[in-house]
Design a binder for this molecule. Sequence first.
Ligand code: SF4
Length: 370
Amino acid sequence: MSSVAQKQLPLRPAGPATVERLLDWYDTERRELPWRRAPGKRAKAYNVWLSEIMLQQTTVKAVIPYYKDFLRRWPTVGKLAKADLDEVLAAWAGLGYYSRARNLHACARMIVDEYGGQFPRAERELRKLPGIGPYTSAAIAAIAFGEKAAPVDGNIERVVSRLFALQLPLPAGKPEIKRYASSLVPADRPGDFAQAMMDLGATVCTPKSPSCLTCPLQIDCHALAKGIAAELPRKAPKAERPVRRAHAFVALREDGDILLRRRPTAGLLGGMLEVPSTDWVAANLAKAKALREAPVTSDWWKVPGTVVHTFTHFRLEMQVYFAVVPTDASLQLWAEPERCKWVNRRKLHGEALPSVMKKIINHALTRHED
Ligand code: SF4
């Protein structure tokens, strides 16, 4: 990249010619993705919405099978609105950030109940729907409805900050990046422009080593000219993630069922199933106290090692206990039996079980069977 920077390419301000170069590149080099239509054609709002919600915090590769599965189960927003929330959560299991699935379901219902089953076209109207923020509303408006909107995700943030050599660190620099991104959106192909920027960020203008030599925008790029492309966007230093600790209890019944508990609807992993555990707190709970909160009276075995899982705002460190219990084992009252159910270990994949809980169960079962 630096050798390109040293050639002192003639630098022009990014504008309509930049957009044209980017769209030409998109016409031949774009990624083929199941939710996309050919250049110049508008995709269905349902498909754009579904894919964009899934893509938040998740890679394209991980999303594709889930997207196809959702479309197969619920091919329209009306069908999704009629689905059971439990079924939607179970189909979402493994994608993480489960509030997205609950919002997806609530949003489908609102579109049916309040908008006659049609997505609103305007960015401002879309933003009133559950789970749809500034980025997703702009993406749907531009890609599905051809509105002149500028979605700015991490990829686009990077491309724009480099193109204009914007140096204000994130997150304070976000409004400035949004202004510059909006200034480029063309009236005729806003959806293709948004997707072209996403693709450029994902495949060419990558975080650590941008491929400036093959970039269609190299003659427009101020960061390349200044030799600072890989340094942008600048980011304010992150605060360290706090740690929460807990003790989890994997109870395996003699008939092969595992004890699971439904989490409260509101909050983290809301409405999903979990392995019963003590509260997730900063303090270290002593083993004797933790065992008093076991859901079944039994001879609990402390599984060696710790299960660690990183959430957006904290790191969870879980000590795991395991017990084989009789088929008629009765639950302690404080385990809240009405929230608990037994699920056969071979049928766990069909349940709304987050990855962290699968990790805990696997940890207990594999160590026990070693
Ligand atoms: Fe600029 Fe290089 Fe990114 Fe292209 S790949 S936009 S030239 S930094």
